[in-house]
Design a protein around this ligand. Sequence first.
Ligand code: NDP
Length: 247
Amino acid sequence: MTHPSTTAAPKTVLVTGASSGIGEATARRLAAAGHHVVLGARRVERLTVLAKEIEGGGGSALPYPLDVTDPLSMRSFVQAALDRYGRIDVLVNNAGVMPLSRLDALRTDEWDRMIDVNLRGVLHGIAAVLPVMTAQGAGHIVNIASVSGLRVDPTAAVYSATKHAVRALSEGLRQESRHLRVTVISPGLTRSELVDTIADQDTKEAVTGQMALAIPAAAIGEAIHYAITQPADVDVNELVIRPTAQG
Ligand code: NDP
């Protein structure tokens, strides 16, 4: 039986990292369900193409340049959404990078980049929408972690650290709030451009081999759609979505 307060009213959903992979698939899924999607990423030309496709199919989309490592850029992304749609129902903190390597390779610039995008970027997103959602008395923050937030593997120490941190701060946010919904989505191997962010050649080859098992990014978009369309008093806190064949 459907929960009595289930509603199909359109929501305004901000998606960071909407220019490829999971963010793009999520934007397509949510727009197809009638939600307004605000698309953020650095490759704005891709966002423009995606927004045109969505609008051509009768949906509603706003492309906007975003660098999640810059708090001012994040604030301007959120303001653009407010100017266009008047409220913010959901923020999907999805942007991420995964330049994996062993710690003793000392690729310290890549460690910093993972912390800046995967962790600080999520914090910048939370900081930008929290006052808006508090004023609205409602809102939903969806943070994309990873199965690397649940386990640690060689070459993934720093990446795993950022994803463990995303799970920790999501739980803290959930506990502190009685009006916000907080969801952590932890994907396993998923087809996207993420492997392209690996510069260490041995690691890249190993991960490319594992990606043979990967599931489509649309599978993660479907999980996000499920989480955000539950009734307001139902908070889906965590979903783990892996390929059936992943160990
Ligand atoms: P993609 O590489 O396809 O997408 C990553 C997105 O992040 C791109 O849209 C990219 O856009 C954006 N991005 C990167 N840096 C920035 C930045 N500084 N500012 C704004 N946007 C940025 O990979 P996925 O779709 O796989 O990754 C999405 C999320 O899913 C990540 O958080 C990743 O860690 C997580 N994940 C992925 C898994 C997988 O197997 N694919 C498994 C588990 C988790 P642009 O370059 O245009 O800025």
